[in-house]
Design a protein around this ligand. Structure first.
Ligand code: ADP
Length: 435
């Protein structure tokens, strides 16, 4: 209670007031009529301020109370204070709600708040985008009527949210969502949906990768095992000349396995190592001369006509990775071009940039294969047992190694005419100072 307002002070005022009227009545010898007038005036005075109070509470928009006197000033001030406090509390709550919504907008997931009965209370922008909801237009509508997915609706109805639920985004089918629901307040639930399309893709890639590697290793192992079984069960064949064929075939298959393992390691090294490509200078001309020597050995069987055009420019980069990329392109050309073909390797300036390219007049590659050529284990010749094909990892290694140097592999090819694999090196990777 206000310190200025007490029973004592009220009694004090009333007694003085009535005392004054009683004295006047006694002097005029009209005691009761005068006291009645005094009481009526007091009543009128109270009614007046009561009316002002009601007018302020119901009709005025202002928070400030009208002026009042006596005990009414305490009542007006009290109400004013209570209203101020309520307003402040409302403001704090609104601020809290705004902060919650800002936070919910900031999270990279869709957030939806709904009542126990399923009515939508609120959702963030991602919720609107991924579930096709409109807020506030849809607020109060049951989720079952907004999200048309029978299984999901059954999940909502069942009310057992101990496990997450997976569903394609109702608004964009190509996106897969992982939904988790948790109690939010007394009768509300919070639904959080996460886009797991990329994770699913990676999972599939990992599974495919393991399946491919197992398959690649199983083929040569089966061949080796087959020969070992024949040799063990029928030693006579050794004398019959099988031994030589078996050893040759087994060593070729073990070469194939070693090659696969080396390529896998090389790919994983390229992917996992962090390098600063500007740290070291690669002497590309020297690297290509070494590649030329290696090519002579690789070419001893097929006797292609291989020419090299080597400009003196050096570049920044990682030597092992560049060697791996360039030599894969050259060994593919040697491998896939029929004997006696023409192969041209060049390292030349194109404007401010440099270009490395390998051209051959081999069998070429049909256009529909080109976009998938750099995928792991992708081969034009689908037959895994084919003697011609390798592991299908070579161009994947080339692509990754080049991407780390901000270079892109371009492939031009025409069936029966030949192929050109080229790499443009941006000018900022070229070493300008050639001392
Ligand atoms: P692989 O280990 O099978 O050679 P790559 O990733 O190096 O795998 O090559 C993928 C496919 O691209 C090969 O299976 C082959 O069919 C085709 N290819 C690559 N280089 C050439 C080329 N110079 N000429 C024709 N086909 C090629």
């Amino acid at each position: 209670m206000s310190p200025g307002y007490s029973i004592k002070s009220v009694l004090n005022v009333v007694l003085w007031y009535l005392g004054a009227w009683a004295l006047l009545g006694w002097l005029l010898d009209l005691f009761w009529p005068t006291v009645t007038v005094g009481l009526s005036l007091l009543l009128a005075w109270h009614y007046y301020f009561q009316f002002k109070l009601l007018d302020w509470l119901w009709h005025r928009r202002t928070l400030l109370p009208p002026r009042a006197r006596g005990s009414w000033s305490f009542i007006y001030d009290g109400i004013y204070r209570t209203q101020r406090k309520a307003q402040q509390r409302r403001r704090n709550l609104a601020q809290l709600l705004r902060r919650f919504r800002d936070a919910a907008e900031a999270i990279p997931d869709a957030a939806i708040v709904f009542r126990r009965g399923g009515e939508l209370v609120w959702c963030n922008k991602l919720g609107q985008l991924l579930f096709g909801l409109k807020w506030p237009a849809d607020s109060g509508i049951r989720l079952a009527n907004l999200i048309r997915h029978p299984e999901f609706n059954r999940y909502l109805k069942k009310g057992d949210f101990s496990h997450e639920f997976y569903l394609p985004s109702p608004a964009r089918e190509e996106i897969e969502l992982e939904v988790r629901i948790m109690p939010y307040s007394a009768d509300q639930y919070l639904l959080i949906a996460r886009d797991i399309t990329q994770i699913r893709k990676l999972e599939k890639m990992r599974k495919d990768f393991v399946a491919n590697v197992s398959h690649e290793l199983r083929t040569p192992l089966t061949v080796i095992q087959g020969y070992l079984e024949i040799l063990a069960s029928d030693p006579e064949n050794i004398a019959g000349g099988l031994q030589e064929k078996a050893v040759k075939e087994m060593s070729s298959q073990s070469d194939r396995m070693r090659n696969l393992v080396e390529q896998l390691l090389s790919l994983s090294r390229i992917e996992s190592q962090r390098i600063d490509i500007f740290e070291k200078v690669v002497d590309v001309p020297e690297l290509l001369h070494r590649l030329q020597n290696d090519a002579e050995q690789l070419n001893s069987e097929k006797r292609h006509n291989i020419t090299f055009e080597i400009a003196p420019q050096k570049m920044y980069g990682h030597e092992n990775e560049l060697r791996s990329a360039f030599s894969n392109l050259l060994s593919n050309a040697i491998h896939y071009t029929p004997a006696g073909g023409r192969i041209k390797v060049s390292w030349r300036a194109v404007g401010q940039q440099m270009e490395f390219s390998v051209s051959d007049n081999g069998p070429g590659i049909a256009a529909d294969h080109l976009p998938r050529l750099t995928e792991r284990f992708y081969r034009v010749d689908r037959d895994r047992n084919s003697r011609k094909g390798g592991s299908g990892l070579g161009l994947a290694i080339v692509k990754h190694a080049l991407e780390r140097h901000h270079c892109k592999l371009s492939i031009r090819s025409e069936v029966d005419s030949g192929s050109t694999f080229s790499v443009r090196v941006p000018d900022n990777l070229i070493v300008q100072d050639q001392h």
